[in-house]
Design a binder for this molecule. Structure first.
Ligand SMILES: *Cc1c(COP(=O)(O)O)cnc(C)c1O
Length: 392
């Protein structure tokens, strides 16, 4: 656990991205935080040390990343993990057997799998609800409920949860309110300012932004939760190595400028796709015909580069996904390069088919992670792939 300083918390967002949590290195003045590739630290005497004893507990490169992301989310407490799922795993370990969690029904497939295949066996219970409707969240509260876990915008259906409204329900029933902020990033959405107690990320995605590491981070405003999370981070030990922390830290420096480009190109392509004859439906919170467009404008300051589109059949989805040349067919999202994926067979294969279909996640759905390439090239690439599919 590392705490962001009050000075860092007061900066504006782009300045935080570049500077927060990173002082010049003390011996040389190196402006970039070094990679402290070490497992242990020499102690000058018994019971005396410089705050660093063993690298599972603390590492200076990790400290810098934790302070940086904590400042971006409006922390102050940050915790880095070996993956986004390790971050979620640790947050769920705040609970005890017998506790009940209300979770969005359209969360990341791996989150759903972790809850139902691991934590249910250990005695937690989960109710998956459509968190677009705050009344449905309130109706799911039972005496054993301890936590509400949501992802907004959701993956891949781009459904939104009204964070302020759900935050009020959580406060009323004294429940922990956890938000997976991976899609929007702190550039466009700050859950901790809207009533969440914990904001978490897969840093693998936009925060790193260069598709060259896997990691996660948890940020909280509450000192009591921070103390317990620090204990769990050290006790369970799913920590990232210093080099991965350094890569993520290098990524967050450009987060604000990258997000502006993802957003500009995302809006442009979503609007164009909406009128494309080979596309049946486009899911993007920045389109005025998105059913929650008004909420999107209220709680987000940008819409980002994630777009889902329904091309009508699994066969056409296959042709589109296999025909793009710039959009690479791969899992993951949030990198500078554009990716295309087929959620039903890739990222969401672990979600039961009946549940997928019920939420509109059909076999004809294709998901785009719009990168920062020239948008004209991206459009031409999608156009040729869609035309090929339409000819089937
Ligand atoms: C990828 C992802 C995760 C899981 O993160 P990993 O780093 O892959 O473990 C969790 N939530 C969302 C929204 C994601 O996109």
């Amino acid at each position: 656990m590392t705490r962001a300083s009050d000075d860092d918390l007061r900066l504006r967002l782009s300045t935080k991205a570049v500077h927060a949590g990173q002082a010049p290195e003390e011996t040389t003045g190196a402006i970039m935080t070094p990679i402290f590739q070490t497992s242990t630290y020499v102690q000058p005497g018994l019971g005396r040390h410089k705050g660093f004893e063993y690298a599972r507990t603390r590492n200076p490169t990790r400290d810098a990343l934790e302070r940086n992301v904590a400042a971006l989310e409006g922390g102050p407490h940050g915790f880095a993990f070996a993956s986004g799922l390790a971050a979620t795993d640790t947050v769920l370990k705040l609970l005890s057997a017998g506790d009940h969690v209300i979770c969005g029904e359209n969360v990341y497939g791996g989150t759903h799998r972790l809850m139902t295949h691991v934590f249910e066996r250990l005695g937690l219970s989960f109710t998956f609800v459509d968190t677009r409707d705050p009344a449905a969240v309130a109706a799911a509260v039972i005496s054993a409920t301890r936590m509400i876990f949501v992802e907004t915008p959701s993956n891949p259906m781009m459904r939104l949860t009204d964070l302020a409204a759900v935050g009020r329900i959580a406060a009323q029933h004294e429940l922990l309110f956890v938000v997976d902020n991976t899609f929007a990033t702190p550039v466009f959405q700050r859950p901790l300012e809207l009533g969440a107690n914990i904001s978490l990320h897969s840093t693998t995605k936009y925060l790193n932004g260069h598709s060259d590491m896997v990691g996660g981070v948890v940020v909280t405003t509450r000192d009591d939760l921070a103390e317990r999370l620090a204990f769990l981070q050290n006790a369970a030990g799913a920590v990232p190595g210093p080099f991965d922390c350094w890569l993520a830290l290098r990524g967050t420096k450009t987060l604000a400028v990258r997000m502006r480009q993802h957003d500009a190109s995302g809006r442009c392509l979503a609007e164009w796709l909406r009128h494309h004859p080979a596309v049946e439906r486009v899911y993007y919170p920045g389109l005025p015909d998105h059913p929650q467009y008004e909420l999107a404008c209220r709680q987000m300051s940008g819409f980002g580069g994630m777009i889902s589109l329904d091309v009508g059949s699994p066969e056409r989805a296959r042709v589109v996904a296999e025909s793009t040349r710039i959009f690479a067919l791969a899992e993951s999202l949030g990198g500078v390069e554009s990716l295309i994926g087929h959620p039903a067979s890739m990222t969401h294969a672990s979600v039961p088919k009946a549940m997928r279909e019920a939420m509109g996640l059909t076999d004809g759905l294709v998901r785009l992670s719009v990168g920062i390439e020239d948008v004209e090239d991206l459009q031409a690439d999608l156009d040729q792939a869609l035309k090929k599919a339409a000819a089937r």
